[in-house]
Design a protein around this ligand. Structure first.
Ligand code: ADP
Ligand code: MG
Length: 267
């Protein structure tokens, strides 16, 4: 299998960092309203280590909000979140364990979030330099490793403005890897890319799941990817997961009227 990888603190281990049910991440009854309008309504969701869970659902159904709540970018109103077997949110309140574990979550967005005036190396090292205070030598090695993981090793010194859209998103994944995440949340990261380029970028996530045991939660409209690469399809409707099934079942035998209509519309 893979050699020891300096990107990861720990060797991939699908059991020890999971909860009792084997999930690395679990939300239970997570709710969130904006201006009195409920967007998440007691949402239950889980992702195991080394698993890709693809979230699908209509625009405005709350997919991004769920990922943002998990990543700590929005505060939930109610519910519990377990991460790596620890309860990090209880009854909507952050617990002490959150401080230690939040660094295990990486999130990547649709629009390019790289600093355009910096080169790739500086984009990759700025956060660990500021937050972890790590040495340049160590970070250089880790940046090379992270770029190798996403097939961008030769672009260490490239300016971000010279990269194509697909290359930028691969650098964005590499930048998330610099923080050694055990959970990667990807919100429509390929929506602005042509289908073949999107497939390459999403292929990187499959590799990370398989080789590093990273748990991936992915919002995408790319149904070809979802049917091929997802371990589970989670259909989101009216603020909660209505169906959580393997892709064969989601596409061939949807149980809820909402998922049936969604699959018919995208087919
Ligand atoms: P999706 O990602 O499925 O398209 P979102 O989670 O982005 O859905 O949005 C769900 C609903 O929540 C939308 O109606 C959106 O306008 C609303 N919403 C999301 N974030 C905020 C916010 N920060 N303030 C107010 N409303 C928001
Ligand atoms: Mg969204």
């Amino acid at each position: 299998m893979t050699e020891t990888n300096p990107i990861l603190d720990k060797a991939p281990d699908t059991d020890s960092d999971a909860g009792p049910d084997g999930a690395f991440l679990r939300t239970r009854g997570v709710s969130k309203s904006f201006h009195g309008r409920p967007v998440l309504k007691e949402a239950d969701f889980r992702i195991g280590s080394g698993e890709i869970a693809v979230l699908i659902g209509k625009s405005g159904s709350g997919k991004s909000t769920l990922l943002r709540v998990i990543a700590g970018l929005e505060e939930p109103d109610a519910g519990d979140i377990d991460l790596a077997g620890e309860t990090v949110v209880h009854d909507g309140e952050y617990q002490d364990a959150w401080k230690d574990l939040r660094g295990q979550i990486g999130m990547i967005f649709q629009s390019y979030t790289l600093w355009p005036h910096m080169n790739v190396l500086d984009n990759l090292t700025i956060a660990p330099r500021l937050t972890l205070g790590e040495s340049k030598g160590e970070l250089l090695e880790r940046a090379e490793q992270a770029l190798t993981e996403v097939g961008m090793a030769r672009h260490l010194r490239s300016r971000c403005t010279q990269l194509s859209g697909g290359e930028r998103q691969r650098v964005a994944i590499a930048r998330a890897l610099m923080m050694r995440p055990r959970l990667l949340l990807c919100d429509e990261i390929t929506s602005a890319l042509d289908p073949p380029v999107a497939a390459e970028v999403l292929g990187v996530l499959t590799k990370l799941k398989e080789e590093e045991g990273i748990a991936c939660g992915i919002v995408t409209h790319d149904m070809a990817f979802a049917s091929k690469a997802a371990d589970r399809i989670c259909f989101f409707e009216d603020g909660l997961i209505k169906e959580d099934v393997p892709p064969e079942q989601a596409f061939n035998d949807p149980q809820t009227p909402g998922l049936r209509a969604f699959i018919d519309a995208v087919r």
